[in-house]
Design a protein around this ligand. Structure first.
Ligand code: NAD
Ligand code: UDP
Length: 315
């Protein structure tokens, strides 16, 4: 049955893939975005679809529309963008959640929150399980994002407990793929763009910190499966790829795969940079019958091809 679905942050990297998937599944999609980090280029190919509607709106202001489901993705996700206006980042997470939860409450709609592995901060438990409370510096350079997302989870759970709103919370681990912003400073896009331009690859710190990288199509599968779970299961649930790599390994792999002449250079590590990160995905396997299908090499190949094309068109 065709559902009416609202995607906030729909013109961003992940949001654009989600809109595409929901349309392909036969739904009516409203994509809401203030274009802070999103771009029309990400969704321009959807504009001809009669079941796709683009709305320029900021979720810190209330929004009204009649929908069956809401995916709440609006929030800058890369450190340089979320730190650009830290107060606004908190407002987007907190006021945005309140506005969207209020809408869900009135409509009796189901609402999914795009939370993050950043709720675990610099984790003392490895790999990270959903029951771990995290280790976050509430006044550090990442706090506007981390604490904003933590309060959003608090709001979601309490709208559920107090008002019976049907909620879903997914904790997304580092995700990459086509349509990442080429200048948003995230590690995969930075390294690929640097490698394709034969520029120095900027490893922060000694490159021994780890991350676990998930290809975007795996995330979209997990996210849509979570939305379909019974109402009495709301998470939070980790969605990520447990393959763990050091940042130096990532740099070397990208140099090798692009055949680049780039050299690795070492720059200072930003404050509060988590030392390691890897999801425990037992819960997702059990509840969603989900696990990632695309390994790092396969995902990087697709992402390199995307940036290669993008840079050629820029010339
Ligand atoms: P993105 O920056 O590409 O997308 C975010 C979108 O939200 C952009 O289109 C932006 O313009 C929009 N937006 C920001 N503030 C807004 C506001 N106040 N009102 C309306 N729209 C607003 O980032 P992304 O990687 O696609 O991330 C999407 C979501 O997933 C975010 O909530 C992010 O926190 C979460 N997430 C992403 C990752 C990842 O690795 N990419 C990891 C964990 C969580
Ligand atoms: N990083 C790096 N060089 C870059 C960009 C990032 O070494 O040009 C490192 C960063 O310090 C962090 C990791 O790569 O340890 C992942 O950074 P990203 O900003 O992509 O995501 P997050 O830290 O939020 O997981």
């Amino acid at each position: 049955m065709m559902k009416r679905i609202l995607v906030t942050g729909g013109a961003g990297f992940i949001g654009s893939h989600l809109c595409e998937r929901l349309l392909n599944d036969g739904n009516d999609v409203i994509c809401l975005d203030n274009f802070f980090t999103g771009n029309k280029r990400n969704i321009v190919h959807l504009l001809d679809n009669k079941y796709f509607e683009l709305v320029r709106h900021d979720i810190t202001d209330p929004y009204k529309a009649e929908v069956d489901e809401i995916y709440n993705l609006a929030c800058p996700a890369s450190p340089i963008h979320y730190q650009y206006n830290a107060i606004k980042t908190v407002k987007t997470s907190v006021m945005g959640a309140i506005n969207m939860l209020g809408l869900a409450k009135r409509l009796k709609a189901k609402i999914l929150q795009a939370s993050t592995s950043e709720v675990y901060g610099d984790p003392a438990v490895h790999p990270q399980v959903e029951s771990y409370w995290g280790n976050v510096n509430c006044i550090g350079p990442r706090s506007c994002y981390d604490e904003g997302k933590r309060v959003a989870e608090t709001l979601f759970v309490n709208y559920h407990l107090q008002n019976n709103v049907k909620i879903k919370i997914i904790r997304i681990f580092n995700t990459y793929g086509p349509r990442m912003h080429p200048n948003d400073g995230r590690v995969v896009s930075n390294f690929i763009v640097q490698a394709l331009k034969n520029n120095d690859i900027t490893v922060y710190g000694d490159g021994s910190q780890t991350r676990s990288f998930q290809y975007v199509s795996d995330l979209i599968n997990g996210m849509t499966k979570m939305m379909e779970t019974p109402d009495n299961f709301f998470g939070p649930i980790n969605i990520g790829n447990p393959g763990e790599f050091t940042i130096k390994q990532l740099a070397e792999k990208i140099i090798e795969m692009t055949g680049s002449k780039s050299k690795i250079i070492y720059q200072p590590l930003p404050g509060d940079d988590p030392v390691r990160r890897k999801p425990d995905i037992s819960l997702a396997k059990e509840k969603l019958n989900w696990q990632p299908q695309i390994n790092l090499e396969q995902g990087l190949a697709k992402t390199i091809a995307y940036f290669d094309e993008l840079l050629k068109n820029e010339k």
